[in-house]
Design a protein around this ligand. Structure first.
Ligand code: SF4
Length: 247
């Protein structure tokens, strides 16, 4: 990886109104939330650029891996007003703010979230759970889909499991904990984390970027997930759109 050439400083009046965005989709070509508690709901997506982790199994490396991607091609700065105008041009209620890791830019997300809620939208953050959300983001109409990355996903848990941040999400009462799983063996580690940090509800999602892999992993996991009485989600965008970017 190379040094990030685009500053994400949080304190000037101009940058406070701009976010570093990888892509927005769902207005021009409709789509739906593909994962988690709102799986199948029509949705708009604001994907922010940059991440604080480097998971080897990441499927959005164009948001952070500058050894493979050019940040000048993969990200733009967009104003809050621009993003609000884009989202409110659609009647779709659900706006998913994802990444990368969106809470890296959370100070600048506050006015965006406030304005989208005022416009009648509801919001879901897709976050890796390493950064505690500011109180200004913990609002009615906001849910956090928290996805801590376990070692089998290619990440050192000393970096990807942050107890203080997880405790803040639990205390918010607005979080679901969604784990990406490759094999039944992963479920024991998830149970340890859920017990240690009182994570609930637990959602399990099969890892994979093809329908064949998703189907095979779903079948391998189904009995074991059901036996634990956890929630189970697929990756509907992979099944429906073949993991096409921008869907
Ligand atoms: S936390 Fe998510 S976006 Fe960041 S590297 Fe891991 S999988 Fe990719």
């Amino acid at each position: 990886m190379t040094t990030d050439p685009i500053s994400i400083g949080l304190d000037t009046s101009d940058s406070a109104q701009r976010l570093i965005v990888a892509e927005c989709f769902g207005v021009e070509v409709p789509t739906f939330q593909g994962e988690g508690p709102s799986c199948g709901h029509p949705a708009l997506f604001i994907r922010l650029s940059r991440c604080n982790l480097t998971c080897t199994k990441c499927d959005t490396k164009y948001t952070w891996d500058w050894s493979q991607f050019d940040p000048r091609k993969e990200s733009t700065k967009r104003t809050v007003a621009d993003l609000v105008a884009w989202a409110t041009s659609s009647p779709v209620e659900l706006v998913v703010i994802t990444g990368g890791e969106p809470l890296l830019q959370q100070a600048r997300l506050v006015p965006l979230v406030q304005r989208l809620l005022a416009a009648g939208k509801r919001l879901e953050f897709e976050t890796n759970g390493t950064i505690a959300p500011m109180p200004e983001l913990v609002l009615a109409g906001v849910r956090f889909n928290v996805s801590p990355k376990i070692a089998s996903f290619g990440m050192d848990e000393a970096k990807s499991v942050v107890p203080a941040a997880l405790e803040t999400f639990v205390a918010s009462g607005r979080a679901a904990f969604k784990f990406v799983v490759s094999s039944v063996a992963d479920l024991d580690r998830i149970a340890e984390l859920a017990d240690a940090h009182r994570l609930a509800p637990v959602w399990v999602m099969p890892e994979g970027t093809s329908a064949d892999v998703i189907t095979a992993t779903t079948r391998a996991l189904a009995d074991a997930v059901a036996a634990r009485r956890w929630h189970f989600t697929t990756r509907l965008h992979v099944l429906g759109f073949a993991d096409a970017r921008g869907r």
